[in-house]
Design a binder for this molecule. Structure first.
Ligand code: GLU
Length: 384
């Protein structure tokens, strides 16, 4: 099973954590060279590889006389501004030694949340891959403040996996995989070989373990694995400091923890709706609309909306809640909040009469809507 999954993957995203490629004083040149050389070997064999690399902050912080994690956001941003170009220089040199080229792609969550910018980013990455140039993606830390950032490169790597429609996400970390208990504290901790589904029990194993240099810990890695699974990719967490680890992974050897892809893959656009875009308002629906959306695969019509909350425009993401306030779905709205306030509770045939114009019959079309539930709905769609 493991071997088949790994050997069949052609398009791969490799996430490299700060803890793997840096030391306390900056970047670790020899390990960047070694990993880059292994990646180039994969490219030579025909794999399409996209990198998501952390390390900008740890590469730049010594110029600001910072030991440990930078204590404030401006200092993190300044360190990243210094370190990002240094990081790219290391990769550029390492890839050039193998006869390959790299391209830098810096993103914020806001870029991917905007459908046009998302598609532009996808085109750029796909074009680089077509030309056998390896995209090296990082968060655009210098502009990313709380509201617009991914927060950690684990989640960014899952979004990138969906963006390029990868079959495999390899997370190179400074730990050997997911353990049944914290291996630093318990001698009897065992590494999990394969995880079929990330359940609450699995999440509890991740505890709040965090790596020394990166932003995320095991929790963000599990979030990433869950999101990647829904886009149809397997995820493997391995220790990036183990020599030739990528080769071992691709040979299907028993290393790290492998998370299987979901049995039902979510369409790329639905994945984007579910995970990339942030909600900017809420629509409260009557029971009929909740049922129609949840169980009958229907779109949201104005007649089912009872209440509107938040300020949002056309094309924004809104959360759909029942009258008790429980979120049942989310989707991209065709009408702004001010428009919905006028047409809610009315038949679609009255939209033009009330507003003086009409975009669509429905407030949210089924294709732009993702159900939030633990059980599959009737059209067999994957739920979030
Ligand atoms: N973007 C950050 C950096 O390059 C890393 C974020 C993370 O490790 O998750 O340093």
């Amino acid at each position: 099973m493991r071997e088949k999954l790994l050997t069949c993957a052609k398009r791969i995203v490799i996430k490299i954590g700060s803890g793997v490629i840096s030391t306390n004083t900056g970047l670790d040149g020899p390990i960047i060279d070694a990993i880059s050389s292994d990646i180039c070997a994969l490219i030579r064999e025909g794999y399409e590889v996209t990198l998501v690399s952390s390390g900008a902050i740890s590469a730049g912080k010594q110029d600001l006389f910072i030991n440990g994690k930078p204590p404030s956001i401006p200092l993190k941003q300044a360190a990243a501004a210094i370190g990002q170009s240094r990081l790219m220089r290391y990769y550029k040199k390492a890839f050039r030694n193998e006869g390959f080229k790299v391209g830098q792609v810096l993103l914020t969550r806001e870029d991917l949340a905007d459908r046009k910018r998302y598609l532009n980013a996808r085109n750029t990455v796909k074009t680089l891959l077509e030309y056998r140039v390896t995209p090296i993606i990082n968060e655009n830390d210098t502009v990313a403040v709380e509201e617009i950032k991914f927060g950690d490169n684990d989640n960014l790597s899952a979004m990138v996996s969906a963006l390029v429609e990868a079959q495999l996400l390899i997370i190179l970390s400074d730990v050997d995989g997911l353990y049944s208990r914290d291996p630093n504290k318990h001698a009897d901790a065992e590494r999990l070989n394969v995880v079929e589904k990330i359940t609450a029990k699995i999440e509890a194993m991740a505890g709040d373990s965090s790596t020394t240099l990166g932003t995320g810990g095991m929790i963000t890695k599990l979030q990433a694995a869950k999101r990647a699974a829904l886009s149809g990719a397997a995820t493997i967490i391995v220790n990036g400091r183990t020599p030739a680890i990528l080769r071992q992974v691709m040979n299907g050897e028993c290393v790290g923890t492998l998370f299987l892809p979901a049995s039902q893959k979510m369409a790329a656009k639905k994945h984007w709706i579910a995970f990339t875009k942030k909600t900017s308002g809420k629509l409260f629906l009557d029971e009929g609309a909740v049922n129609a959306i949840r169980h009958q695969g229907k779109s949201l019509l104005p007649s089912g909306v009872r209440q509107v909350e938040g300020k949002f425009g056309r094309g924004d993401m809104v959360s759909l809640c029942d009258l008790q306030g429980k979120e049942i779905a989310r989707g991209v709205t065709e009408y702004a909040q001010g428009e919905i306030l006028q047409i809610m509770g009315q038949k679609s045939s009255r939209i033009r009469e009330i507003l003086g114009y009409k975009y669509h019959e429905e407030i949210i079309h089924r294709d732009n809507l993702v159900i939030k539930s633990s059980t599959p709905n009737q059209d067999g769609e994957s739920n979030v």
